[in-house]
Write a protein that binds this ligand. Sequence first.
Ligand code: FAD
Length: 492
Amino acid sequence: MFPLGFFVVMTSTSRQHALIIGGSIGGMTAAKALAPHFERITIVERDPLSDRAEPRRGVPQGVQPHGLLPRGRTELERMFPGLMKAVKAEGAFEFDGSAELARFTSRGWAPRHDNLGVSALACTRPLLETTMRRLLREQSPNVRIVDGTRFNGFTYTKLGDEVIVTGAKTDAKDPALQELSADLVIDATGRGTKSYKWMDEVGLPAPREVRVDAKCNYATRHYRAPAEAKHWWWRSLLIDSAPPDHARAVSILTVEGGRWIVTAIGTNGDYAPTDEAGWLAYIRSARAPIVADLLERAEPLTDVVQNRTTINIWRRMHEYEAKLSGLLLMGDGVCCFNPNYGQGLTSSALAARSLSERIAQHQGPLDYHFMAAHYDSQARWLEEGWSYSTTLDLRWPKAEGEKPAFYGFMRWCAGLLESVAIHDPILLRKLLPLLDFGANRLSIITPSFLGRFYFGLFRNIVAPRKLLAAAELDVFAKAPQRPTLAADVAVE
Ligand SMILES: Cc1cc2nc3c(=O)[nH]c(=O)nc-3n(C[C@H](O)[C@H](O)[C@H](O)COP(=O)(O)OP(=O)(O)OC[C@H]3O[C@@H](n4cnc5c(N)ncnc54)[C@H](O)[C@@H]3O)c2cc1C
């Protein structure tokens, strides 16, 4: 005889209530994915949330610069229709990610390509997040956000060797919110998720975890940009590091309100200090001193704030064999990246899209088979982004992590490709999907790709093209009249 609970739990295909823990990008994109499929969705967020676009405690990376990759932008716009227009109405703007980017690479100033067609969004992370939250409230009335409320643990039941999460406990003052039952619980509490510890407590194994740590640190200060900066030709300026010897990169990103986000990115354990004099000296010691010179014209608005949560960590839930039903991990809690490559927001958006497609086709219970199928399809595109960021991070001598087979040869090939592609917008455009989870490494190697590459290589040998040295680029030159690249994101 089976206990009654067996039938209640096992036969439940109900889609009445989904509970999402964490109201940041992972939580909100998950809510958008689930909204058409559940009667009610509750997001429980620890921080009190305001409509003002300002950093908050639970998202300390909010003060740091956030770039959005093209695919992430397309997906966020698809999920939150009108998002780009709404952030632009608050002062965010688009710029040409090649022509209006001054980038001092390890080879010299990168050539600017007018026709690359990469439109970048200049926007603070809090502005993006508060705008998404406003649109979520407006567009999905079945989503309720309970803020200022901490998740305190799952409620669950055991059925043989299967653990079924049935809801969560919170510290809400309202007794009705202290224990919430749900047909599906999403953990979107970010890279610090406690779910893996909880698995151990209930006797489940933890998933295998892979880490690559390039010992990278962000140290950021916000400035009011000098008034004349709006006439200069660039909107973002980046002095690259150059492994293995020069671990200091610095960047300026212009954002809404005429502000600059200025960041010292120290890798290989070479971290920028956070006191003003030390930080400025670090900025000046980058491979070109131009950012330090520019800061003499700008007005500091904040202290220096650092962030060291930059380790690439992949909890390989797609290999997980234990029977855990009712709970799905999303966002940074499954896979987080060194932010240097700007992949986190995009991977959250893509995971939500894949969840929405899967749940739309699925009639059965939200059991461990469903979760496994989701993690499995997610792993296929995560693999490419993971390989991109970790392969680059492993160039640093002090990086910790396992190098893939033939790493030295792969890096040598990649170096040759970079030396050719930097001059060729068509090759660059073909390479871009590798960064934003859009293509498989092998799939981009077509006869036309190889033809362009070999031609470029040959050209580099017979007529080498020298890039401008640090002092040769005029960063104070006025902007030519450029046509707008892309007005709004096209959603097919
Ligand atoms: C320095 C830095 C720079 C970055 N730059 C970029 C970039 O340029 N481009 C890019 O795409 N990505 C970037 N990222 C990554 C990006 O910030 C993350 O990928 C993204 O925020 C992931 O969102 P998430 O929702 O998974 O987690 P998080 O944003 O970490 O959010 C977790 C949420 O859960 C809440 N929470 C936690 N515990 C509880 C609890 N017990 N109860 C209730 N709520 C809880 C928190 O308050 C928070 O709101 C950067 C990250 C860092 C650290």
